[in-house]
Ligand binder design. Structure first.
Ligand code: IMP
Length: 427
């Protein structure tokens, strides 16, 4: 199967970094197609831990081509820091294995400032963004006032576009928010010189990815965030500003949707969410604390403690259905070791109403909780298990039961942070 989409099926932080790194071993090209440095993909290789925000997780495998597509909102400072950081740790990063779309939109300092200012104004309705400028940058793209990587490479052109954009942003920053405006010359010089450092990585990534697929290469599309944070399908307005699922690939990578052969979701054996917004299966108090500690549930990008909850069957079915998933990968099963009973949210409830399916017609899921069913847990350490048959009986039964509830096969199970800690269960 040459072209595979791998997407987060929950609210992000499903352990995609590790899984994409693992799947990259059999891929030729790994493509990021949306989001920006709001993502934080953690990959553990032996004693080394890497946290990647923009660069695809395939970079840790020599010989793979890693692509940042046109749908990514690119913070050039973060991108170059990541390049430098990887090089300093001995990872080969150069234009032969890292390609950047000329059409990717650029995140400027003013986007980050406006992201933070907008959150203040939202008050109670704040989203809890990562503050990385994602929303304002995508808003500018849609409003056609954004600048792309190719604009940074043409100083005269950049000057005209940046002058117009900054005039408007400064008016907003100064007159609406009462903050210090940005100096045009400083910003222009800074971003043009960043553009110079980006230049060697820049190409027509869509054409390269299509040509690779034509040539029978294996292409892996790496989704960032999770489908429940998708701008259209997620828990709007508590979402990120891009299409995080399969639908984002066509536009964000410049790749025809009909040529994606396979779609795989990634989900934890429980749920987490960072930031605000409805979370029907959320746990509170000691149970949440225990899960947070066991799973070390703190954001890779912001360090924020993640909200923890039960595995959510209706949301998972919805997510897999909308992304045409052929199966899914369950991560963090080891985190559930030691819980007497493992509970799973099997339907939604509000007052006397009950739903088996994700109620997408509601304006918000606020006030909805889950009805949970439990299965017996296990106490054995499963981090060294590599064959499904070697899992404790109750762990196997848990996986099979969740699989039945969701109606989609579990293809792989992750039992620890290292790239080798997986149970391959291709069915
Ligand atoms: P933004 O993407 O920074 O605008 O944040 C919008 C919402 O998405 C917030 O609730 C963030 O916490 C959440 N979010 C953004 N990126 C990630 C991620 O990579 N993992 C988990 N949540 C994320």
């Amino acid at each position: 199967m040459p072209c595979t989409s791998v997407f987060g099926a929950q609210w992000g932080d499903e352990g995609k970094g590790k899984i994409i790194d693992r799947l990259s071993a059999n891929a030729d090209v790994v493509v990021r197609y949306q989001g920006g440095a709001n993502a934080g993909h953690t990959v553990v290789v032996g004693a080394e831990e890497y946290i990647l925000h923009l660069i695809p997780s395939g970079i840790l495998h020599p010989g793979k081509v890693n692509v940042i597509g046109q749908g990514v909102a690119l913070d050039p400072v973060q991108f170059l820091d990541e390049v430098d950081g990887l090089r300093a740790r001995g990872v080969a990063v150069d234009p032969s294995n890292l390609r950047l779309s000329a059409n990717a939109h650029v995140i400027f300092e003013y986007h980050m400032r406006l992201d933070q200012l907008a959150e203040r104004w939202r008050g109670e309705g704040r989203i809890g963004t990562t503050g990385r400028g994602i929303g304002p940058a995508y808003a500018d793209k849609t409003a056609r006032t954004g600048l792309r990587v190719c604009d940074l490479l043409e100083p005269e052109h950049c000057k005209t576009r940046l002058r117009a954009a900054l005039a408007e942003k400064n008016a907003l920053i100064e007159r609406v928010h009462g903050c210090e405006p940005f100096d045009f010359d400083t910003q222009f010089d800074r971003y043009v010189s960043l553009g110079d450092r980006l230049r060697s990585f820049v190409c027509d990534t869509g054409a390269e990815v299509r040509a690779a697929a034509d040539g029978g290469k294996h292409v892996l599309f790496e989704g960032a965030q999770g489908f429940m944070l998708d701008i259209d399908g997620g828990t709007y307005p508590y979402v990120t500003s891009s299409n995080t699922g399969v639908a984002g690939i066509a536009a964000g990578a410049g790749f025809p949707p009909g040529r994606i052969d396979r779609s795989i979701g990634i989900a934890k054996a429980y749920c987490t969410r960072v930031g605000e917004g409805p979370f029907p299966s959320e746990l509170h108090g000691a149970e949440a604390e225990r899960l947070r500690a066991a799973g070390n549930e703190f954001g890779a990008t912001t360090g924020r403690p993640r909200r923890c909850g039960l595995f959510d069957v209706p949301a998972m079915r919805y997510s897999l259905e909308l992304n045409g998933a052929d199966g899914w990968i369950m991560t963090n099963l080891d985190v559930l070791t030691g819980f007497d009973e493992i509970r799973v949210g099997t339907r939604y409830r509000r007052g006397d109403e009950r739903w088996h399916d994700y109620p997408a017609h509601l304006p918000t899921l606020a006030g909805i909780t889950v009805e949970a069913e439990g299965r017996p847990g296990w106490t054995e350490d499963i981090t060294g298990v590599r064959m499904f048959a070697d899992l404790p009986r109750t762990a196997r039964e848990y996986v099979q039961w969740v699989e039945e509830q969701v109606g989609s096969p579990v293809l792989m199970i992750s039992v620890g942070p290292d790239r080798d800690q997986v149970i391959d269960r291709e069915v």
